[in-house]
Design a protein around this ligand. Structure first.
Ligand SMILES: [Zn+2]
Length: 110
């Protein structure tokens, strides 16, 4: 069975099986990471996984999970953030949209 050596920042060197590791490959490569539960301190250790690390872990039998970041999540936004009053105004506008929709809907027999 393949054994993968890595380290816990508290406990030092750790040997794991591929099934004990989680590899997440993100569409933004700098956000890719691998993680594991340290058997000694029980902490979840999370470390960045660049392309070389991803290749090594996959070749060692670790299953890679794909993490797709939606493009809109990466958009830059400017202007003020949404406040409670903005949400309330939006909800009130939704009520008016129902009235407007009722007004423009043709009535049968009219
Ligand atoms: Zn540890």
């Amino acid at each position: 069975m393949t054994s993968i050596k890595t380290s816990c920042p508290v406990c030092g060197d750790v040997e794991l099986t591929p099934a004990q590791m989680r590899l997440v490959v993100c569409t933004r490569s700098e956000w890719s990471f691998y993680s594991f539960l340290c058997a000694t301190c029980q902490d979840e250790i999370k470390k960045p996984a660049d392309g070389e690390v991803v290749t090594l872990l996959v070749s060692g039998g670790v299953l890679a999970e794909q993490w797709v970041i939606p493009a809109e999540a990466l958009e830059e936004h400017d202007g003020p953030s949404i406040a409670y009053d903005d949400v309330l105004d939006f909800a009130l506008q939704l009520d008016r949209i129902d009235l407007l929709a009722a007004m423009i809907t043709p009535r049968v027999g009219a």
